[in-house]
Design a protein around this ligand. Structure first.
Ligand code: COI
Length: 355
């Protein structure tokens, strides 16, 4: 863990809140940032200059290494408003842990709890009025870190900026999605960086996703890099299937270990379903859709929450999944997660971090 002694967070309040400009009845994902942001600098081996300031531009050097060599990672977390007005962040400790795993893989410094978690709580206390309360909405939290050393040699940067910005959001996907099984391009390979949430994983997805969009699909179903035989992820989210009576999520080091995915698998287990993290082949999926064994398929992620999949395209043929209203598990888990995260039921797991 990087040195974090005596971390003090200074606060500069915004003069005029931009809150009145937000149309909370029409929230688009990631378009309107909240009043404040947290910014911290890593230099000379330590974190310093940790501050909460009005949201605004950052100044960068054109030779800053993140722009050239891609040392850049991020997280996605959500905060919800309870009926009594309290604000709760969903499992941010798990995102903090994953963020630091991403950091280690990219030779970046870990961010201490005092900055990531305590700083986030302080930021949200200030911007709590930005947390929307309508069903399906949340405050999306985006912690990120990038390399700032102004030098063109390829080596781990000596300096970094960590920041947290937030924005009120509605649904990322407003309806069920269709996926194209990708059999040409790859997202990640063994020994690579698929498990980490680094910016490059998203950059490489843009072109194949554009091709899939042009063919009428919303997103890509990524497959393994060697044979395109095993299923990995759905666009920018994890995948979960119900096959027979099992709730199954693809397994492997190329897959991002999503907090929503983990939460859903934990709930499935608690509710007595058989759960499996294992390789799932495209053929098993297609055969299962045709035989009726695959009764549910959905994307799981912070932004996506639970997004039903209605159609899967493979080698030019479309396979249609059962009607959404018949999907017992995914509807139940989405409903339960909403009840829990909006604070309408007790939280027996300690997943809600109330600020
Ligand atoms: C998230 O679910 O938070 C993500 O990272 C997806 C995002 C790239 C929209």
């Amino acid at each position: 863990m990087s040195s974090a002694e005596h971390i003090k967070i200074t606060v500069e309040n915004i003069e005029d809140s931009r809150l009145p400009q937000v149309d909370f009845s029409n929230l688009k994902f990631g378009q309107f940032m909240s009043d404040h942001m947290l910014v911290a600098n890593f230099d000379n081996g330590k974190w310093e200059n940790v501050k909460i300031v009005p949201y605004g531009d950052l100044s960068i050097s054109p030779s800053m290494s993140a722009l050239h060599y891609g040392q850049a990672i991020f997280e996605g977390i959500k905060a919800y408003k309870f009926p009594d007005g309290r604000v709760s962040i969903f499992r941010p400790d798990k995102n903090w842990e994953r963020f630091n795993r991403s950091a280690s893989r990219l030779c970046m410094p870990e961010v201490p709890q005092e900055i990531f978690l305590d700083g986030l709580k302080q930021l949200l206390s200030l911007d709590k009025d930005w947390v929307p309360n309508q069903e399906g909405t949340a405050l999306y939290i985006r912690p990120f870190m990038f390399a700032t050393e102004a030098a063109l040699g390829v080596h781990p940067s000596k300096s970094y900026t960590f920041a947290i910005i937030t924005c009120p959001v509605g649904a990322y996907y407003s309806k069920p999605i269709s996926l194209k099984v990708e059999t040409n391009y790859v997202r990640a390979s063994e020994g690579g960086v698929g498990f980490s949430k680094n910016a490059g994983n998203y950059a490489l997805s843009l072109y194949p996703t554009q091709l899939a969009n042009n063919q009428g699909y919303d997103q890509i179903m990524w497959t393994d890099a060697k044979e395109h035989r095993f299923i990995e992820e759905a666009g920018t989210a994890n995948l979960i299937f119900r096959i027979g009576d099992s709730i199954i999520t693809p397994h492997g080091e190329t897959i991002l270990h999503g907090v929503t995915r983990r939460t859903i698998m934990e709930l499935a287990e608690k509710w007595g379903f058989k759960t499996e993290q294992r390789l799932v082949s495209v053929q098993e999926l297609i055969d299962g859709i045709e035989s009726g064994e695959v009764s549910e398929a959905f994307a799981a992620g912070t932004a996506a929450t639970v997004t039903h999949i209605d159609r899967i395209g493979f080698n030019g043929t479309d396979y249609t999944l059962p009607p959404i209203e018949n999907r017992e598990f995914s509807n139940k888990v989405l409903n339960y997660l909403n009840e829990l995260r909006y604070g309408r039921i007790d939280d027996p797991f300690g997943w809600n971090f109330i600020i």
